[in-house]
Design a protein around this ligand. Sequence first.
Ligand code: MN
Length: 292
Amino acid sequence: MKQKNVEIVAKPSEPHFVGDGFRVHNFIPSYPRMNMKRMDPFIMLDYNSKYNFPPSEIPKGVGVHPHRGFETVTIAYQGKVEHHDSSGGGGIIGSGDVQWMTAASGVLHKEFHETEWSKKGGVFQMVQLWVNLPAKDKMSAPKYQSIVNSEMAKVTLPLNAGVVEVIAGEFNGTKGSASTFSPLNILNAKLNKNGKVNFNMPSHFNTAVLVIEGEIIINNTEKVETDNLALMANDGENFTIEATENAIVLILSGEPLNEPIAAHGPFVMNTQQQLIDAFNDYNTGKFGYLED
Ligand code: MN
């Protein structure tokens, strides 16, 4: 098995606000070389690095907006977020939890800081990832999966190295909690200082490593600091991550769909005509109704 090398280490971009509740660094698709084609099936990655929100009586967030053609995956590290969508999905996720929303044929949803958390305020840290859907599944029914940390699949590493949470896909034979439409692995590794772990991902899977906490060394050579993302090359399967201090690392690896992408704002389809249809369906109320 060949080593999978680091292609680039990306520093977080200048943050911007999504609504008034998410202060994010965008990596996918705006970072040079991390466009939708290169990162396929991952089409968007916004990272809200640790940010202190002052107490607010009115929860901050993003109001009602549509999505079609993909899935939004929200991984909460600190803080609490509340979600509601027009297909009836909804829930609250907090530290360690994951919300996996399949927009597919279309939903309206809203994403806000949870009311009680908002009143107290505090440090907020979260990832939102968009996973593209295969053409054949883009118009399937919307779906909502809430994966609370206590029910998440976990693998304890030998030598007190830490634990790998299997959000989706598989790690060392343990299957992840989320159901997916295409082959992918989403892992959250919580490593102790000096803990080392080995990963195997098929060479053609597009793979990235985001350092949420602490500092790591990949393949004994590449240092990656907090809030930086390492894009892995498609040159091999095997890579190691060693924590130089207690660390949390999000690993994304997915088989490319290799289908045409037509994207505009909240809609990601395969053709321009499907985008026009999405706007028309949205404007004529076919995404359902959701109260502000
Ligand atoms: Mn959204």
